[in-house]
Design a protein around this ligand. Structure first.
Ligand code: F0G
Length: 429
């Protein structure tokens, strides 16, 4: 019920679907709306007398926006210096695709190498503030690496479930190094998340930190604040991003929406004169339930993919938990969803590395693969985008998954030379 107490410091927790309101600090006692079973979100009440504009600019990265994040005490911040990633002006790719203005927000520059750190710093800080001693997640790799790092910093127990044999080795190495308890699930990511959710619902002492956790979304939304600030206070026309479980697009859209709701004077600023960006969701062909739902014109229902298949392991997800929020972001922004093949993904991964010097992991190359595809087809979407300002969010670092890239490369075929300059001279000539 909506009570004055629920509206702590200008925030409420509410159901994304039926809008039933709860107390923000009760999250974790339950994960879904008691009334309709849908996902919850944290909502800032722009008109509420909150604490906005008090601590502007004291910290870099995500916590620069402390005033826009539902954590009550600065003492509880668990940070590894996340956010503040570079927005690259990718003129070489812009020329190749024939797009006026193309930027890449490279989230691989975060402390554990993916965008997950933005959400995890807030999720773990909130867990710390709420006195949790244990955290859990299911993961295709990046979430587990990130949760493991932040739990280590917070001194919390970290339990991660990963689909056996389906996560990149770099990510596994990170989880091991940061000291997580790792369990390999004999199944896929969707199975792993089902098990993790069941356990956390039963045991209120372990907080579930998958992206259905709305505090994760509150951290991840800061990517949009940064994009607007890095573009000199303007909003891009299109934002293209990979979609798996749907948390990423939910968060990015929430960030832009908050800018347009107003009340951010002194932080990001208000941008009411222009439209928010159209959100373009890109999935891998073999794991594309959201893109297929969009193609069928569905918004309030979806058909899951029971056996998702893509080499872009980070987004090998058939039952995206945040599908409803993701579809809402796509429709409400006037955007679209589409998919690309694994072949197109790997070609795009090489293209952005070789033309811009940015090495992203396969899942993160999907936005580039999409632009490459529509530029080739000269599709309607391309006609809209070619004279626009387009930002691709490239979510993870290529170093996490070297095997995926090296799969098609025979190191034996690289030329060997004797250790003498003469030998190289002959070859170079
Ligand atoms: N890009 C990368 C590199 C990811 O790791 C993920 C998701 C996504 C994109 C998609 O984001 O799920 O919020 O739509 N990785 C999760 C994980 C599932 O466990 O690391 P999403």
């Amino acid at each position: 019920m909506a009570t004055a107490e629920n509206k702590k410091d200008g925030y409420i927790l509410r159901c994304f679907s039926c809008k039933t309101e709860y107390n923000v600090d009760d999250y974790g006692k339950f994960y879904r709306c008691a009334k309709c079973g849908n996902l919850l979100e944290v909502k800032r009440i722009p008109a509420a007398p909150g604490r906005f504009n008090r601590r502007r600019g004291l910290r870099p990265g995500v916590w620069k926006y402390f005033d826009l994040i539902p954590l009550w005490s600065e003492e509880k911040i668990v940070s590894l210096a996340e956010g503040g990633t570079t927005l690259f002006d990718c003129r070489n790719l812009a020329t190749i695709f024939g797009i006026r203005s193309l930027f890449v927000k490279f989230e691989g520059l975060n402390p554990t190498g993916s965008f997950k750190d933005r959400g995890m710093t807030v999720g773990v800080s909130k867990a710390f503030e709420l006195n949790y001693k244990s955290a859990m997640c299911a993961s295709t790799g990046n979430t587990s690496a990130s949760l493991a790092a932040y739990s280590a910093k917070a001194g919390m127990r970290c339990i991660v479930l990963v689909p056996k044999g389906k996560i990149a080795m770099g990510k596994m190495a990170q989880a091991i190094a940061y000291g997580a308890e790792i369990y390999q699930v004999d199944g896929n990511f969707d199975d792993s998340l089902r098990v993790a959710s069941e356990i956390c619902e039963r045991d209120n002492k372990i907080l579930l930190l998958n992206s259905l956790n709305p505090f994760r979304i509150e951290g991840q939304k800061t990517v949009s604040f940064e994009i607007v600030e890095q573009l000199g206070g303007t909003v891009p026309d299109f934002v293209v991003l990979p979609v798996g479980n749907g948390g990423n697009i939910t968060a990015a859209w929430k960030g832009f929406s908050e800018i347009f709701e107003g009340g951010l004077e002194g932080t990001v600023g208000n941008h009411l004169g222009k439209n928010p960006p159209k959100m373009i969701a890109v999935q891998a062909q073999g794991a594309a339930p959201i893109a297929r739902a969009f193609r069928s014109g569905l918004r309030d229902s979806i058909e899951f993919v029971s056996n998702p298949q893509t080499e872009a392991s980070a987004i090998n997800i058939g039952s995206p938990v945040s599908w409803m929020k993701a579809l809402a972001a796509i429709y409400d922004s006037g955007g679209l969803a589409d998919f690309v093949s694994d072949e197109e993904i790997f070609a795009a991964q090489k293209l952005i590395a070789s033309k811009e010097g940015i090495f992203v992991e396969p899942a993160s190359a999907t936005p580039i693969a999409y632009l490459s595809k529509i530029a080739g087809e000269k599709s309607d979407a391309y006609e809209q985008m070619k004279d626009a300002c387009v930002v691709c969010i490239c979510t993870g670092n290529g170093l996490k998954d070297p095997n995926a890239l090296l799969k098609g490369v025979s190191l034996e075929r690289l030329q060997t030379i004797s250790a003498e300059a003469k030998s190289l001279e002959t070859v170079l000539a």
